[in-house]
Design a protein around this ligand. Structure first.
Ligand code: FBP
Length: 338
């Protein structure tokens, strides 16, 4: 039974936050609401995925060289359609699209830039594992007209908002606008995201480590030595941790954010620059991690300080509980890998 008291919807929460910004125009709030709407549509289709013809391959390969799933294509189109006509956005970019996505000529161009990984964790779709949508918002740097690549290639520290939606046992939206991190749970009975986690903070030291250990042999000696600490092999330096790995960044990050932990996708002999994308995955998650008291590096450097040079640039990612991320950086420095 649901009693309507003063439970905050995303809209009410965003409006409350806006009060801190007398100069706010409400456009960012509306933009976050556009994203919330798109993810509700994606959630509704994921929930019925086995019943409607939306599972399996779309029979195409995306710019990442990955086989596109039907849900990847659907989620990508849903995000783009929710954003491209509102007059709030000047350009978009998606992990699924080779080039930047312009606002169609017959729609006005706005002041925001939105980047998204429409469906993260694609390998989990057909096995009913948790997947997610990741988004990142910047103000444009060009002054007028259609947005350009220059508007998209901004360092993460310039984000005005970032978040993700996890389609797990429940559907949750987690986001920050630089005033801490809040979490909302979708109530399917009323189709609204309701505030369920007002002020999310992550423990300084985590109990979990999340990494694809099958890549161990391909890691550098420094990364191997760092992960061996999580195994409990370096008791003088760090307490061993429990291993958890779903293979979906959103799901692994979400667990560690709430319960404390560290997620790593290091570079390796197969992915010498790492696997995860700076703009669509690493920068938005880094903004959330830092706003929750955690941290995020490429092993050594702060993710939010990295200046992107390519649209689909990949980097190594170490993210989560602050002291654990620091321990990895110290290990790599000691091993002369930084
Ligand atoms: P996409 O599904 O958006 O391509 O994301 C990449 C990803 O699935 C991450 O979500 C996840 O952390 C990682 O790749 C898993 O990679 P691997 O299967 O190599 O461990």
């Amino acid at each position: 039974m649901f009693f309507f008291s003063h439970t905050a919807t995303t809209e009410r929460f965003i409006l409350d936050q806006e009060e801190h910004y007398p100069e706010a125009t409400g456009e960012l709030s509306n933009l976050l609401y556009d994203i919330a709407l798109a993810t509700k549509i994606i959630a509704a289709n994921i929930r019925r995925a086995g019943l409607v013809n939306i599972l399996g391959s779309a029979g195409a390969t995306n710019v990442q060289g990955e086989e596109q799933q039907k849900l990847d294509v659907f989620a990508n189109q849903t995000m783009t359609n929710a954003l491209n006509h509102t007059g709030r956005v000047c350009v978009m970019a998606s992990e699924e699209e080779e080039r930047i996505i312009p606002v169609p000529d017959d729609y006005p161009s706005g002041k925001y830039v939105v980047l998204y990984d429409p469906l993260d964790g694609s390998s989990n779709i057909d096995v009913n594992g948790a997947v997610g949508t990741i988004f990142s918002v910047y103000r444009r740097v060009t002054t007028e007209g259609r947005g350009t690549l220059e508007d998209v290639l901004q360092p993460g520290c310039r984000q005005v908002a970032a978040g993700y939606v996890i389609y797990g046992s429940s559907t949750m939206m987690i986001y920050t606008t630089g005033q801490g991190v809040a979490g909302f749970t979708l109530d399917p009975s009323i189709g609204e995201f309701l505030l369920s986690h007002p002020r999310i903070t992550t423990p300084r030291v985590g109990r979990y480590y999340s990494v694809n250990e099958s890549n161990f042999a391909r890691w550098s000696k420094g990364v191997q030595w760092a992960v061996r600490g999580f195994h409990g092999e370096r008791p003088d330096e760090i307490k061993g941790k429990n291993s958890r790995y779903i293979g979906s960044l959103v799901a692994d990050f979400h667990r560690n954010l709430l319960a404390g932990g560290i997620f790593l996708y290091p570079a390796d002999a197969k992915n010498p620059r790492g696997k995860l994308r700076l703009l669509y995955e690493c920068a938005p998650m880094a903004f959330i991690a830092e706003q929750a008291g955690g941290s995020a590096t490429n092993g050594v450097e702060r993710i939010l300080d990295i200046q992107p040079t390519e649209l689909h640039q990949r980097i190594p990612l170490v993210i989560g509980s602050r002291e654990d991320v620091g321990y990895v950086a110290d290990t790599l420095r000691t091993m002369g890998e930084a």
